[in-house]
Design a protein around this ligand. Structure first.
Ligand SMILES: *Cc1c(COP(=O)(O)O)cnc(C)c1O
Length: 396
């Protein structure tokens, strides 16, 4: 018996069809790319009805666009939000969310391991506008709860984190935040809605760098935010006025990429687990960080809130940065690059990617050892990837 209909379609189905039903495709089976800056109306009354929101429609490309809207609706259905707003990049989505919901005198509590760009917003930009930011040790749940209990307006979380894939408990910390009336924002980029859905776990807002797993092909930048209609209206207005809008061509690439989200994530989850187990047993590896391993310090939280453990892992080579420098160029099936979440495997040390702005000492202090490699598992055959890793390790 199929009980799916009562619960609604599976995320895999929504990734294919979500946001597309009832859309005018001009007779095509695929979503048209509407490259138009503006939209024209036969008379002023119709135009005014659209401009005032009485009738659905589009006015100007910085605000809304039919192709972009399909992408937003697709993500919204997957995340279970009431409304979604897209941006030109993930950082624009994060900036738009924080700046539209904060004002001088407000306080943000977050974690030390958030994405590098987000961390710079917290340390260099928000304080400039009179917002107090306190960053806690990432998996110190008691410490985070203590900071939240002192009063805050936004609790900003990211899980799993970059690059040591730490896990924070969304349900537990959302409950703590709601006790003091704070909003909970979760960056779900690493997990995707296939592996984790922050909104049903208690978050108020979920956001993504769509550049990564959602798009999945490293050929389009984008960001997207989902949550309640009330909050998203504020965020939409900020986007509309500040103008970091998603391009229709990029929206199309993201829509096309998302069609295979379910397949890609299933493969990446399975391959990452196999690779993590392989590396954990290898004598040239000091430590492997992957939430699916029982050795991961927050494996139990990952089990309770994730449907899959994701395609991101990191591992520490014996021999430090010198070994990393020798090892990485020997890998055949990787891009040595700054992105992640694509169909190709991508690898790099935090020293050149997520934490390029920190000194080796600062990275050590943050728990990021110099021998660490971040490895984003692609959709290649896992046997080939393991063989590739094994050959490169052999040569060390
Ligand atoms: C890449 C990334 C971002 C920023 O996204 P861009 O699309 O590069 O602006 C934010 N959060 C996480 C977790 C990321 O990996």
């Amino acid at each position: 018996m199929n009980t799916r209909h009562k619960e609604g379609p599976s995320p895999k189905t929504l990734a294919v069809w979500g946001g597309e039903e009832g859309v005018d495709k001009l007779g095509a089976t695929q979503i048209p790319v509407v490259n138009s800056v503006s939209f024209d109306y036969p008379d002023l009354d119709t135009w005014l009805d659209v401009a005032t929101g009485k009738t659905a429609g589009h006015i100007y490309g910085r605000n809304t666009n039919p192709t972009v809207e399909v992408f937003e609706d697709k993500v919204n259905l997957l995340e279970g939000g009431e409304s979604s707003v897209s941006f030109s990049t993930g950082m624009a989505a994060i900036t738009g969310t924080l700046f539209s919901l904060l004002e001088p005198g407000k306080r943000v509590v977050s974690i030390k391991d958030s994405y590098g760009g987000t961390n710079v917003l917290f340390t260099d930009y928000l304080p400039k506008y009179g917002v107090q930011v306190d960053l806690c040790d990432t998996d110190d749940h008691k410490g985070i709860e203590g900071q939240v209990a002192q009063g805050c307006d936004i609790l900003y979380l990211e899980t799993p984190t970059n690059p040591t894939v730490k896990i924070v408990d969304i349900k537990r910390l959302s409950a703590a935040a709601h006790q003091v009336g704070a909003l909970v924002v979760v960056d779900n980029t690493f997990a995707t809605p296939i592996n984790q859905k922050p909104l049903p776990l208690g978050a108020d807002i979920v956001l993504h760098s769509a550049t990564k797993f959602l798009g999945g092909h490293a050929d389009a930048l984008g960001g997207v935010v989902s949550g309640s209609k009330h909050l998203l209206n504020e965020i939409f207005r900020f986007k509309e006025i500040t103008g970091a809008s998603l391009h229709p061509e990029s929206a199309y690439l993201l829509i096309r990429g998302m069609k295979t989200l379910g397949l890609r994530i299933a493969q990446q989850n399975a391959s990452a687990m196999q690779i993590a187990q392989y590396l954990e047993s290898h004598d040239k590896i000091d430590e492997v960080f992957y939430p699916g391993l029982t050795s991961h310090r927050n494996h139990d939280i990952a089990v309770s809130q994730m449907q899959g453990f994701g395609g991101m892992l990191s591992f520490k080579l014996k021999g430090g940065y010198g070994a990393v420098k020798k090892f990485l160029p020997k890998l055949r099936y990787v891009n040595l690059a700054a992105n992640l979440g694509s169909v190709e495997t991508v690898a790099g040390p935090p020293a050149t990617t997520s934490h390029v702005e920190c000194s080796p000492e600062e990275r050590e202090a943050m728990g990021i050892p110099e021998g660490l490699i971040r490895y984003s598992v692609g959709i290649e055959d896992v046997g080939d990837l393991i063989c590739d890793l094994g050959n490169a390790l052999e040569e060390l």
